[in-house]
Unconditional design. Structure first.
Length: 179
């Protein structure tokens, strides 16, 4: 059975994750599991599928926990008229040596594998994030999060494009690549 570790007691494994990840792309789940076994062999050994621990379902959560301090922000879609308050988002991370990672989440449990990017073109990275967020779906009438309250109340979908991400990302890339 897995033991719960307080966040403050976790070692900073982000550098090990970053050095084990490919330069770009979206590795398959089997590759993520192999990387996890290398990065944190002690935690990896704690997974016991006989006890119901499914490493394939948990490895991205393990990665996400390790890189949480390197999160810059997110872009998101919210569905205010949904019965359940659904939404989805893509979070942006810049790891210690400057590699960027996009992680998508959705309230309905779907999400794609993280995308790794080592380039320096924000527009390219942002387009990758939009592709993850919109996932070729039709979300109806959409308004931006900074629209009027009346427009927000009538919208099927609210898109928060987080205009500050560009400057945060560029600053983080410059700081980390300068090290």
């Amino acid at each position: 059975m897995l033991r719960m570790i307080p966040m403050d007691d976790l070692p900073d494994l982000a550098p090990q994750w970053e050095s084990s990840l490919p330069e770009s792309g979206s590795p398959g789940i089997d590759e993520w599991v192999k990387i996890f076994a290398i990065v944190d062999p002690v935690r990896f050994a704690e997974f016991d599928e006989d006890e119901g621990d499914d490493i394939e379902d948990s490895v991205i959560d393990e990665f996400n926990t390790a890189v949480r301090p390197y999160k810059l922000g997110s872009i998101s879609l919210d569905f205010p008229n949904s019965t359940h308050g659904d939404g989805c988002l893509v979070s942006f991370y810049v790891l210690p040596r400057g590699k960027s990672v996009l992680i998508s989440h959705a309230t309905w449990g779907e999400g794609s594998l993280p995308v790794i990017y080592s380039g320096t073109d924000y527009d390219e990275l942002y387009q990758m994030a939009r592709d993850l967020l919109f996932d070729d779906r039709d979300y109806g009438e959409m308004v931006y999060a900074d629209a009027s309250e009346e427009e927000l109340n009538e919208a099927d979908t609210i898109y928060d494009r987080n205009p500050h991400l560009r400057s945060l990302w560029k600053q983080a890339i410059q700081e980390r690549k300068a090290r």
